[in-house]
Write a protein that binds this ligand. Structure first.
Ligand SMILES: C[S@@+](CC[C@H](N)C(=O)[O-])C[C@H]1O[C@@H](n2cnc3c(N)ncnc32)[C@H](O)[C@@H]1O
Length: 373
């Protein structure tokens, strides 16, 4: 199966190139209202924001910035299929405007917009950012009562358009089953508390801003695994350096990314160049990690009831029986898009030698023996 990855260097407040009810999952991180690095971008979209900031009216500036984001969310509503998901990474902002310090709660403002649009609000994820130091001085220091706690986390807001998605046809069921994740991955990913390292932000030689504001690859990688299946279309209306598209490609989903600043094209293309190696390494590490996990699990519990049909190794649940991991073996570059070809990760368990040992055939078709105990 080939997947397609399109980049539209245009304003996502209008998604007229995308048909209604076609997107399965949106994963994105918008510019954060009231974080200074984004002021100019919002002012370019509505010059009144500059007037409100100059008048020290932070509350009005905040609302006007969100009114610009609302236009994108309204388009996301239109293009999302019934049962489709939207995941938004956003941080709140603290800021002193004039003499007045306050929190600008971006996550609550976006949540209320999604409620108004009729989305279901599902449990959110707190992304604990290890980079923010808790001892940062904010307010009256050691004297009560004018000190403020430091923001050490961001949010991944999760919304669904309507009821749970149904998988009716044989093809839909197949795609869902091969997109399963391991039991131990589920236990790690479906926690509301993620401790992910941020990414290096400097954009050297970039004609545009100094910091990429990129989220770590692991963030869209997990969300795409959790809320979509192979062959789906994933949208990122604020694609920046292309992290969502990269994760979509590696996970055999199609993607559409919009970015207002076309200077990001070179960065996106250089990321896609690295894809075959990265996708192979990720496939390998998922299998290797599972084998380490299952070895320990069997050591403690004595065995599992289920085997994966594709790899013939033990898995904890029936739902993992058809899980199949693929990687990218070819990319075709077009002017603003990529086509990626995928092949199955070929570390297939050919036979179960003894109760405690598996023999797999690695990429070079050489048997590789893995002892479970
Ligand atoms: C927080 S960054 C996203 C970073 C991205 N997640 C990554 O990993 O690189 C937000 C991006 O949205 C872009 N942007 C802001 N407003 C936009 C709009 N109306 N249409 C399209 N892109 C926009 C900005 O240029 C910026 O690159």
């Amino acid at each position: 199966m080939k997947t397609k990855h399109q980049f539209l260097f245009q304003d996502s407040r209008c998604l007229s190139d995308i048909k209604s009810d076609t997107i399965d999952l949106t994963v994105t991180s918008p510019p954060y209202p009231m974080i200074e690095m984004w002021d100019n971008l919002f002012i370019e979209q509505n010059s009144q924001i500059s007037d409100e900031l100059n008048k020290d009216d932070g509350k009005s500036a905040f609302e006007l910035m969100h009114k610009e984001l609302d236009k994108v969310w309204q388009e996301v509503l239109r293009v999302t299929k019934s049962g489709g998901w939207v995941a938004i990474n956003i941080g709140d902002a603290t800021r002193k405007i004039g003499n007045y310090f306050q929190l600008y709660s971006n996550h609550t403002r976006i949540t209320s917009k999604f409620i108004t649009m009729g989305f279901d609000v599902l449990p959110l994820i707190l992304w604990k950012k290890t980079t923010n130091a808790p001892n940062k001085f904010m307010g009256s220091g050691m004297l009560p009562s004018g000190a403020y706690v430091t923001l050490e986390h961001e949010y991944i807001l999760l919304f669904r358009k309507g009821h749970r998605r149904e998988f009716k046809t044989a093809e839909e069921k197949y795609n869902r089953n091969v997109s399963a994740f391991f039991w131990e991955e589920r236990n790690r990913w479906f926690s509301d508390n993620w401790d992910l390292k941020g990414v290096y932000q400097n954009l050297f030689n970039c004609k545009t801003r100094e910091r990429s504001a990129a989220f770590p690859f692991e963030l869209p990688y997990r969300i795409i695994n959790m809320y979509s299946v192979k062959g789906d279309i994933v949208l990122d209306p604020f694609v920046g350096t292309g992290t969502t598209s990269l994760a979509s490609a590696i996970l055999q989903r199609n993607s559409i990314g919009l970015e207002i600043d076309s200077n990001f094209k070179d960065i996106i293309f250089s990321k896609f160049n690295e894809i075959p190696n990265k996708s192979y390494e990720l496939a390998k590490s998922r299998i290797d990690n599972h084998l380490s996990f299952i070895k320990e699990y069997i050591g403690k519990k004595g065995g599992t009831k289920h085997n994966n049909n594709n790899y013939n190794f033990p898995v904890v649940t029936k739902q993992e029986k058809n899980l199949l991991i693929s990687y990218i073996n070819n990319i075709e570059f077009n002017s603003n898009s990529f086509l990626t070809s995928h092949c199955e990760y070929n570390l297939k368990a050919e036979n179960l030698k003894t109760e405690n040992e598996f023999v797999f055939f690695n990429e070079q078709k050489q048997p590789q023996q893995i002892s479970l105990f």
